[in-house]
Write a protein that binds this ligand. Structure first.
Ligand code: CDP
Length: 367
């Protein structure tokens, strides 16, 4: 353990890490870091490093824990054994059970558990590195992880501690200030300013508490802005944006190709598109060449058509000739018939009767 420093606040009013009394430690937040959790958050606050995974609403097990009218909220705060200077004993401790309870209660007023009866909403907190204020840091991270999981809430919960160090009220104590200070006072509140967690370790006068609350309100306001910024950054980004890009490219390929260079990401596709366009252009160009080349053939065709027309004309003449011939033949046939008839008449002693009714009965001739 480090020995107590002579002064935790220097003469110029700065703390050992260079902060003023009303300043919080720098905060860094990442959302959605765990792929198997419904919501997650990684938060660094000063030297604190915290990971939160939210699961649910999901069917509560064991069933005896189920509530018919609302979801059961479970909060588990766990400190990794390597998270502190002296190895932390693995498993639940009195301290971790207490922190889990008060942190769960800090969320109960905002989580709309009545929407999910018989289910459980689990919040798992892993403290990877601790440097005082881990419960407040964990509440800030859990608030974001719950929002990431899409759990309906009336608002975000924000948490910060104030304390007394070297007789001064300061905001957001670090490890040395927590260890050697006179008081530590963690607070959590909704974004409407409703207090959902309030604890005190040490001794403070009512005036000091009042002053501390002014600092905590300011600190929580700053933290809320960070939380909202991070959440907006994630959820205001259109999810379909990467999918929309190729469509736009397909629709407007020609104009875009003319205006801008294709991006490296789409370079192979752009090359394929260019090839296709070139091929299409070649195909378009080919028929015009063929037309010019086939002009003599067309002339030949014309000649053939003309000849065919001539033949058609000849065909008509032939038809006429055939008609004339058939007429002649018919006349010849008639004259032949007449000649035969005349011959027959002249040959026999009998009379040729065409119609028996015309010249009496046959019997006359037989006779
Ligand atoms: O972390 P928080 O201030 O919410 O809780 P605390 O009980 O006041 O603990 C203050 C700090 O003491 C923790 O943040 C740890 O850095 C340290 N600690 C430790 O070194 N070993 C423990 N078993 C528990 C706490």
């Amino acid at each position: 353990m480090n020995d107590k420093p002579n002064k935790l606040i220097t003469d110029d009013g700065l703390r050992l890490d260079g902060r003023r009394a009303d300043e919080i430690r720098p905060m860094k937040i990442e959302i959605g870091v765990l792929s198997r959790a419904d919501g997650s958050c990684y938060l660094e606050w000063g030297r604190n490093k915290i990971l939160v995974g939210v699961f649910g609403p999901r069917e509560a097990h064991p069933r005896r824990l189920q509530r018919a009218d609302a979801a059961v909220i479970r909060y588990r705060y766990n400190m990794a054994s390597f998270s502190v200077e002296d190895r932390a004993r693995p498993g639940p401790s009195r301290r971790s059970i207490e922190i889990s309870k008060v942190s769960r209660e800090a969320f109960e007023p905002v989580i709309m558990a009545e929407l999910y009866p018989k289910t459980a909403i689990d919040i798992f907190v892993e403290i990877l590195q601790a440097d005082a204020g881990t419960r407040t840091a964990a509440i800030n991270a859990s608030s974001i992880a719950l929002a990431d999981a899409g759990i309906p809430m009336k608002g975000l919960v924000t948490s910060c501690a104030f304390g007394k160090v070297d007789g001064q009220i300061v905001l957001d104590l670090n490890k040395e200030e927590d260890n050697y200070g006179e008081a530590d006072f963690p607070v959590a509140m909704t974004q409407d300013g409703e207090i959902t967690l309030l604890q005190m370790d040490g001794h403070l006068t009512p005036e000091e508490i009042k002053k501390g609350f002014e600092l905590v309100k300011k600190g929580c306001k700053e933290i809320l802005e960070i939380q909202q910024t991070v959440l907006r950054k994630k959820f205001e980004t259109p999810v379909e944006e990467p999918e929309a890009e190729p469509e736009a490219k397909i629709v407007d390929t020609e104009s875009e190709a003319a205006e801008t260079e294709p991006s490296l990401e789409y370079a192979p596709e752009a090359a394929a598109v260019e090839e296709t366009i070139e091929e299409a252009e070649e195909l378009e160009a080919e028929p015009s060449e063929e037309v010019t080349e086939t002009v003599p053939e067309a002339e030949e065709l014309e000649e053939i058509v003309k000849e065919a027309e001539v033949e058609v004309v000849d065909g008509e003449a032939i038809e006429e000739a055939i008609e004339a011939e058939t007429e002649e033949e018919a006349i010849e046939a008639e004259t032949e018939e007449e000649a035969i008839e005349a011959e027959d008449e002249s040959k026999g002693p009998w009379k040729v009767v065409k119609d028996p009714s015309e010249s009496g009965s046959r019997g006359e001739n037989d006779e």
